[in-house]
Ligand binder design. Structure first.
Ligand code: HEM
Length: 523
C-alpha cells in the first residue's frame, strides 16, 4: 500500500511538472515567440510604426498620451479639429510614420489605416464574407454582442445578414415611425414642464440617449417601458464595466489582471441574455395566435416561419445576440448623431432657422408623413456633415483571415486593422482647408461624399458588404426626432458646456450637452 502511494505521488508530481511546463511554454509562446515572429514578418514586409514593448505593446504610451490630453484638452468653445483630442497617439504617430503603420495593443498587431486609397485597394482584395473581426475585441465584447452580426464571420455572417436584411427594408421601417413620434413627443412634453418650472437648462445628451433607448427597445424587440428600461440599464452598466478600465486589451491572460471586471461583465452579460431569452420565448409561444408584429424581432420570427412551420434560420440563442446587437449598436450611435447635431445647431442658429423653414415647407405643420422625410434635403446635408465632424462610430475594424497583398506589400494572416474614421473625416488633403468648419452645404452638390477627394474618405457607416445594416432606420429616426424638436423649441449652448469629445466605444461629449431650451414663439 505504502509503495503504491509513493508511486502515485511520484506520478502526480511528474504530471504536475509536465503540466506547469506546458503552461509556461504556452504563455511563452503567446506572450513572446508568436508576437516576435509576427513583428518580424510585418517589418520584413515594410510596415513600420512605433516600437512596442512586450507584453503591453504600445498601450502604455497610448494611455500616457491620453492622460496628457485629458489634463489640457477640453475647452469651453467647440472647435471641431478633434482628431488630436480623441486619438492623440495616432495624431502623433501619423507625423512620424504616415497614414498607414503598425502599432500594438498588447501582443496584437494592428494595421492603422487613415489612407483611403490604401483602404480601397485592401478592401478590393477581400470579399465581405472573408473578413474577420479582431479576436481581442470579440473576446472583450462577448458579453455585449455575443455572436451577433457585428462580430460573426464567414458562412455564419452570410446567413445572419441574409436573414436580417429584409427586416430593415424601408417598407418595414415605415411602420416604426409612430413609435418614434410617441417617444419623442413624451420627451418634449417633459422639456416643456421643465421650462415652465423655470429650468430651461437641459442635459440633452442624457435626454436623447434615453429616448433613443426607448425607441430601439420598442422597434427592435417590442419591449416597452419597464422591461425595456431594465435591459437598457443593464446594457449601460455593462458598457461602463467593459470600457472604463480598458487598459489591457490584447495583453495575454489580461482577464486575470482585472478579475473583478471580467466577473462583473460575465454576470451582467448572463442577466441580459436571460432577459432577452425570456422575451424571445414568450414571443415564439404567441406567434401563432397573435397577428404579426412589426418590430425587428417580430419580423425575424415571421421570417423564420413558412406556412406556419419553422424554417432553418436563426436559433433563439442567435436571436438573443442579434437583439443585443440592435439594442446596443442601434440606440447609442443614433442618439449621438442627434446630440452632436443639436450642439452644432446651437452654435449655428442660422442653420437652426434654415432647417425650421425647410420643415415648414415640407411637413407643413401637419403630422409627420414618413414619405415626405426624403424631402428634408438640408437636414440630410446637416446629418452628413455632423457624421463627418463627429462620427458616432469613430473607427472600423477588421482582421485578416489570410495574407492580403496591397501594392506589393503582404499584410499577414491574423493582422488586425484599425481604420481611423475621425482622421480621414478631418484630413485637409481630402476635404480642403475648411475641413474643420461646419459647412453642411458641402453635401449639396456633391452627394453623399460631400466633395471629399476620395470616395473611401467618408465612411461613417463603414464600407463594402459589411456596411451598417441599420442606416435607413437611423435616417428615419434622425429626421423624425429633429423635426419634432425644431418645430417646438429653439436652443443655445449653455455656459456650463465643456467641449471634450471622448471615446467610450462611441464618440460622445464627455461632460454631456447642456443646452438652454426655449419654446418657439407662435405668431
Ligand atoms: C448614426 C447611426 C449609426 C452609425 C454611425 C453606425 C455605424 C456603423 C459602422 C461604422 C459599422 C461597421 C461597418 C463596417 O464594419 O464596415 C456598423 C455596423 C453595423 N451596424 Fe450600425 N451604425 C448606426 C446605426 C445602426 C442602427 C440603428 C442599427 C440597428 C438597429 C445598427 C446595426 C448595425 C449592425 C448589425 C452592424 C453590423 C453589420 C455587419 O457586420 O454586417 N447600426 N454600423
Amino acid at each position: 500500500m505504502g509503495q503504491f502511494l509513493e508511486l502515485y505521488s511520484e506520478a502526480f508530481s511528474i504530471a504536475m511538472v509536465v503540466l506547469l511546463l506546458c503552461l509556461s511554454l504556452r504563455i511563452l509562446y503567446s506572450c513572446w515567440i508568436s508576437p516576435t515572429q509576427r513583428y518580424q514578418k510585418l517589418r520584413r514586409n515594410g510596415f513600420k510604426g512605433p516600437t512596442p514593448s512586450f507584453p503591453l505593446g504600445n498601450s502604455r504610451e497610448m494611455a500616457k498620451k491620453k492622460g496628457e490630453y485629458s489634463s489640457l484638452g477640453s475647452s469651453k468653445s467647440p472647435g471641431h479639429d478633434i482628431h488630436s483630442m480623441v486619438f492623440p497617439y495616432f495624431a502623433q504617430w501619423q507625423k512620424s510614420h504616415g497614414k498607414v503603420f503598425i502599432y500594438w495593443l498588447g501582443t496584437e498587431p494592428f494595421l492603422y489605416v487613415a489612407d483611403p486609397e490604401f483602404l480601397k485597394k485592401m478592401s478590393g482584395e477581400v470579399m465581405a464574407r472573408s473578413w474577420g473581426k479582431p479576436t481581442v475585441f470579440k473576446n472583450d465584447r462577448d458579453a455585449m454582442f455575443g455572436k451577433g452580426l457585428v462580430m460573426t464571420e464567414g458562412d455564419d455572417w452570410v446567413r445572419h445578414r441574409h436573414v436580417i436584411t429584409p427586416a430593415f427594408h424601408p417598407t418595414n421601417l415605415k411602420v416604426m415611425a409612430s413609435i418614434m413620434v410617441d417617444s419623442t413627443t413624451r420627451m418634449l412634453d417633459k422639456w416643456s414642464t421643465l421650462i415652465n418650472s423655470g429650468r430651461p437648462e437641459i442635459d440633452i445628451e442624457r435626454e436623447i440617449t434615453t429616448t433613443a433607448g426607448e425607441i430601439i427597445a420598442k422597434t427592435s424587440c417590442g419591449v416597452s417601458n419597464e422591461s425595456g428600461r431594465n435591459v437598457f440599464h443593464k446594457l449601460r452598466e455593462l458598457q461602463m464595466t467593459l470600457f472604463q478600465t480598458n487598459r489591457f486589451v490584447g495583453v495575454p491572460y489580461s482577464k486575470f489582471l482585472c478579475p473583478k471586471k471580467a466577473l462583473e461583465a460575465k454576470r451582467l452579460g448572463k442577466e441580459i441574455d436571460r432577459l432577452f431569452l425570456s422575451i424571445i420565448t414568450d414571443r415564439q409561444k404567441t406567434i401563432k395566435e397573435q397577428p404579426a408584429s412589426n418590430d425587428l424581432l417580430g419580423l425575424l420570427l415571421q421570417g423564420s416561419r413558412v406556412d406556419g412551420r419553422p424554417v432553418k434560420t436563426l436559433t433563439p440563442r442567435e436571436l438573443v445576440d442579434e437583439c443585443k446587437t440592435f439594442f446596443f449598436g442601434g440606440h447609442e450611435t443614433t442618439a449621438l448623431a442627434i446630440t452632436w447635431t443639436l450642439l452644432l445647431l446651437a452654435v449655428h442658429p442660422d442653420w437652426q432657422n434654415q432647417l425650421r423653414d425647410e420643415i415648414r415647407e415640407v411637413v407643413e405643420d401637419k403630422e409627420i408623413d414618413v414619405s415626405k422625410l426624403a424631402g428634408l434635403k438640408k437636414m440630410g446635408w446637416v446629418m452628413n456633415e455632423v457624421l463627418r465632424l463627429y462620427p458616432s462610430a469613430p473607427n472600423v475594424q477588421r482582421q485578416a483571415r489570410g495574407d492580403i497583398q496591397v501594392d506589393g506589400l503582404t499584410i499577414p494572416n491574423g493582422t488586425n486593422m484599425w481604420i481611423d474614421v475621425v482622421a480621414m473625416h478631418h484630413d485637409p488633403a481630402l476635404w480642403g482647408d475648411d475641413v474643420n468648419e461646419f459647412r453642411p452645404e458641402r453635401f449639396k452638390d456633391n452627394g453623399i461624399y460631400g466633395g471629399c477627394k476620395h470616395k473611401m474618405g467618408y465612411v461613417p457607416f463603414g464600407f463594402g458588404g459589411r456596411m451598417c445594416i441599420g442606416r435607413n432606420l437611423t435616417f428615419m429616426e434622425y429626421k423624425i426626432v429633429l423635426t419634432l424638436i425644431l418645430s417646438k423649441f429653439s436652443f443655445t449652448l449653455s455656459p456650463t458646456y465643456t467641449h471634450s469629445p471622448s471615446i467610450l466605444l462611441s464618440l460622445r461629449p464627455q461632460y454631456g450637452l447642456p443646452l438652454i431650451v426655449q419654446p418657439l414663439q407662435t405668431n
